[in-house]
Design a protein around this ligand. Structure first.
Ligand code: ADP
Ligand code: MG
Length: 465
């Protein structure tokens, strides 16, 4: 056997190399066929995969042993087939077949397969695909608005009015919109729907969460920067969200979290309709519709001097107040239905409906996290029901919010008691006044209270003094 020079003084026999590669390699299954496609040599690993002995295999046509083999094609065409996927006895393999050519003639073929499962290659690939999809979603989310008005569910009177107004705003104006509402009331949903319904829908929709980005980065995020603007600035600079959103909409979420300095810079950009990149020398014209959102009371913030009044007026051209879920409890059944359908797809659950007693229970809850909380609560309940193999959500599936529910109920009952007492008192006073021919001194006597107390109560119930 010829010696094979590697480097320096090291010498390895080619035969030894082949043996190591071919016979001892546990990660590769290999065989050699002759020009007729008959197996002349096969590795231990391949035999193990086939679950056959050497005697059962040698001399037999490869096609009989592994029907998927490509050796016949390779022998016929003299061309290698590299990297095809196949599956044998629960193993995923990546296979290649190479012709063996001697003096211009195809004299045989070398076929080898690598186990994907041994490498964990399949997991790796699956993970990569999941990751790629995640980035795709991210990119889509970055520049596109997913939701339209049809995705906004609600029949409640007040809610419908807001939705109708938002639709008109989207269609008929290009003005700045301020969305106010507690967290989870659908501010982002409305922002996307407004963009999608507007003439700007073909242009980008960009969201920026002012609370999530530290102040020193927020300016660069919004307005971009030039090369060398600061240490670590990317070569060639970077456009900000205002530039990227040109022609479209920028959604400034949690605007109340912006510092006063940034507020001034934003105000200038809105007034001038142009921005200046950090370290830049020229203003850049931008045509962007601004939708801002806040779950904080901006008026109070103005009073405390932490929100600029002029910026507030600039943003508050059109204002939409999204009601909290507890003020539109009549929408809970409809929302549940909508959310259950969505979650069934995502969770692969088979929830069909929610019982009326469960719905009644959910209606008494205060929902501090609004629709987002309703989504989370339903998700948990659906998983619990699924584990029980039940298709109907019932009160027992919501026991994890029982404590909060009881608190809400107690507050609710207390409110009811107060109201009942008030009504009773009011009726008594009304009756006493009638009996006393509206003589207040007599009425106080009938009621057994001081005149001054009667006056106080009359005032409380809205009678003129
Ligand atoms: N009226 C609604 N109809 C359907 N889904 C809603 C509605 N309001 C809110 N949601 C859902 O609730 C979640 C929170 O909404 P989001 O717009 O992010 O709220 P916010 O920005 O006010 O915190 C989202 O998953 C959204 O799709
Ligand atoms: Mg939000």
């Amino acid at each position: 056997m010829e010696n094979f020079m590697l480097w320096g003084e090291q010498k390895l026999e080619i035969g030894r190399i082949l043996e190591a590669l071919f016979t001892e390699n546990q990660f590769m299954a290999a065989m050699i066929v002759d020009d007729k496609g008959r197996i002349v040599s096969i590795s231990e690993t391949y035999l193990k995969v086939l679950n056959l002995s050497r005697e059962e295999v040698i001399g037999r046509p490869a096609k009989e042993i592994t029907p998927h083999t490509r050796v016949m094609n390779v022998l016929k065409n003299g061309k290698a087939v590299v990297g095809y996927n196949w599956r044998i006895n629960d193993h995923n393999m990546i296979a290649s077949t190479i012709p063996i050519i001697q003096e211009g003639m195809v004299v045989g073929a070398f076929a080898y397969s690598v186990f994907m499962d041994i490498w964990n290659a399949q997991d790796t690939i699956e993970n990569l695909i999941t990751e790629i999809n995640m980035y795709k979603d991210e990119v889509d989310n970055l520049y596109k608005a997913k939701y339209s008005f049809d995705d906004i569910i609600g029949k409640n009177e007040a809610f419908r009015k807001v939705k109708k107004f938002a639709r008109q705003v989207a269609q008929h104006t290009i003005s700045t919109v301020l969305l106010c509402g507690e967290s989870g009331t659908g501010k982002e949903l409305f922002a996307q729907a407004i963009h999608n319904q507007s003439s700007r829908s073909r242009f980008p929709f960009l969201r920026i969460n002012c609370a999530a980005i530290p102040e020193n980065l927020l300016e660069a995020e919004l307005f971009g920067y030039e090369e060398g603007a600061f240490t670590g600035a990317k070569k060639g600079g970077k456009p900000g969200k205002f530039e990227l959103a040109n022609g479209g909409t920028i959604f400034l979420d949690e605007i109340g979290e912006m510092t006063l300095t940034m507020q001034s810079k934003l105000l200038v950009a809105l007034q001038e309709q142009e921005i200046e990149r950090l370290g830049g020398r020229h203003p850049i014209k931008v045509n962007v519709r601004v939708i801002a959102a806040s779950n904080k009371n901006l008026e109070n913030m103005i009073e405390s001097g932490i929100f600029r009044e002029d910026l507030y007026y600039r943003l508050n051209v059109v204002r939409l107040d999204l009601p909290p879920l507890r003020k539109r409890a009549d929408d809970i059944p409809l929302l549940c239905q909508h959310i259950i359908t969505h979650l069934n797809c995502r969770l692969h659950t088979g929830t069909k409906k929610i019982s009326s007693s469960a719905l009644e229970m959910l209606s008494t809850y205060a929902w501090p996290g609004n629709v987002r909380e309703l989504e989370n609560v339903l998700e948990r309940a659906m998983i619990l029901a699924d584990m029980e193999k039940t298709q109907v959500l019932d009160e027992r599936h919501f026991m994890f919010i029982k404590k909060q529910l009881d608190l809400c109920r107690a507050a609710h009952d207390q409110q009811n008691l107060k109201n009942a007492v008030r009504e009773f008192e009011r009726d008594l006073i009304e009756k006493a006044l009638q009996d006393a021919d509206y003589d207040r001194v007599k009425a106080a006597e009938l009621l057994g209270i001081d005149l001054s107390t009667l006056y106080r109560k009359l005032k409380k119930y809205g009678y003129s003094a």
